[in-house]
Design a protein around this ligand. Sequence first.
Ligand code: FES
Length: 155
Amino acid sequence: MASDVFVARLNSGAPGRRGFLNWLLGAWAAGVAGSILYPVIRYLIPPEIPEASTQSVNAGKASALALNSGRIVPFGSVPAILVRTAAGDYRAFSATCTHLACTVQYRPDLEHIWCACHNGHYDLTGRNIAGPPPRPLEAYQVNVANDELIVSKKP
Ligand code: FES
């Protein structure tokens, strides 16, 4: 009964209210359509991801890396592993395991690089020597200048 009165008032000469309700309904419909279309459009047209263009990074003090140890350093948006062998050589590789992209680590007890995810092993040239990794790690170049370790992509 009360709703009939309300509808009758709406239909009979309250253009301000009707206009407001139409505007409210339109805004609601636009909001619903936007919340449905936005994720669909983002899925169909994903944002561009800048390719890792890093060619060289400063990996810190050479004197801070002990013999037979390693550390992970950021190489642009991806990790790299920097190793100082027991003989004192510096080596660097991509730290992304070639199996399923876990981050590898240095194992001083084994004196080589190891992936904890599925027990993958790499020697100190980056070659995959045991476990599931199908390919070697990408090797980087290491230069020491004024006690700073510079890790670079190989030309
Ligand atoms: S992700 Fe490294 S061994 Fe599987």
